[in-house]
Design a protein around this ligand. Structure first.
Ligand code: HEM
Length: 214
């Protein structure tokens, strides 16, 4: 088992598994964040209920582990591959299968990493006082900064691109690769990527540029 996890295919499986579990987190996070559109009362109520949940510390530790596994192993594989063929391929055998999403995985991944650092710093690691008294105000005040909101929109475009390739590639890595199912998985992956990217984007757009909650 340890030998498998240390092999390059084992690490690919871990990247895929962690990535797909992170999508479950993203779907739940988006659903919760949509309470922002219902106003301060419902959103703060939701945030309080989450904060009071005794399993939150355990869930946060699991989430941090998923992010670390996914990011570190994916970047490591990328560096190892780049070192193995510094000039790149003259002619790529799989050229026809390359999509904008697959070509930019490392770039969009790094953009998302930068997003995550800014995001955690401004929300999760904001002073306890601001988070606990009115999380809604904290979020909306940040979104009223057009630079902050523009960065979020750009990062969510990156998220859409990253997932447009990531979902189907992850599913394939986990072994679900069949001529009959692959097109359906690809369509579902694209739909999920669009839904998550547009969903997350809607908040900075509404509060940052359309004057929401004024
Ligand atoms: C653009 C819409 C988003 C909004 C409004 C939003 C809002 C928030 C807020 C308010 C918190 C802090 C919760 C607290 O302190 O109790 C938070 C935490 C977090 N967010 Fe987001 N988020 C958004 C998008 C994202 C995206 C796209 C990702 C991942 C790529 C993400 C990853 C996280 C993580 C990992 C945490 C820490 C969770 C925890 O430790 O409990 N968020 N988010």
């Amino acid at each position: 088992m340890l030998d498998f996890l240390e092999s390059s295919i084992g690490k690919k499986v871990l990247v895929a598994l962690a990535g797909l579990l992170l999508i479950v987190f993203l779907a739940a996070h988006l659903a919760g964040n949509l309470f922002l559109f219902a106003g301060a009362g419902p959103f703060n109520h939701y945030a309080e209920a989450l904060e009071d949940n005794p399993i939150l510390p355990l869930a946060e530790a699991g989430l941090a582990a998923l992010f670390l596994i996914h990011i570190i192993l994916a970047l490591r594989a990328r560096w190892i591959n780049a070192a193995a063929r510094p000039q790149g391929y003259e002619v790529r055998a799989d050229k026809g299968a390359r999509t904008p999403g697959s070509r930019t995985m490392a770039l969009t991944g790094l953009l998302l990493l930068a997003f995550l650092v800014v995001h955690l710093k401004t929300f999760r690691l904001a002073p306890e006082e601001a988070r606990e008294t009115d999380l809604f105000k904290l979020v909306v005040d940040w979104f009223r900064n057009p630079w902050y909101s523009a960065f979020y929109v750009a990062a969510m475009l990156g998220l859409g691109l990253h997932l447009s390739h990531g979902v189907q590639s992850g599913v394939q890595t986990l072994g679900f690769n069949h001529p009959r199912w692959t097109p359906a998985v690809r369509t579902l992956g694209t739909a999920l990527a669009l839904l998550l990217a547009l969903g997350f984007m809607s908040m900075p757009i509404y509060f940052g540029f359309l004057g929401g909650a004024k």
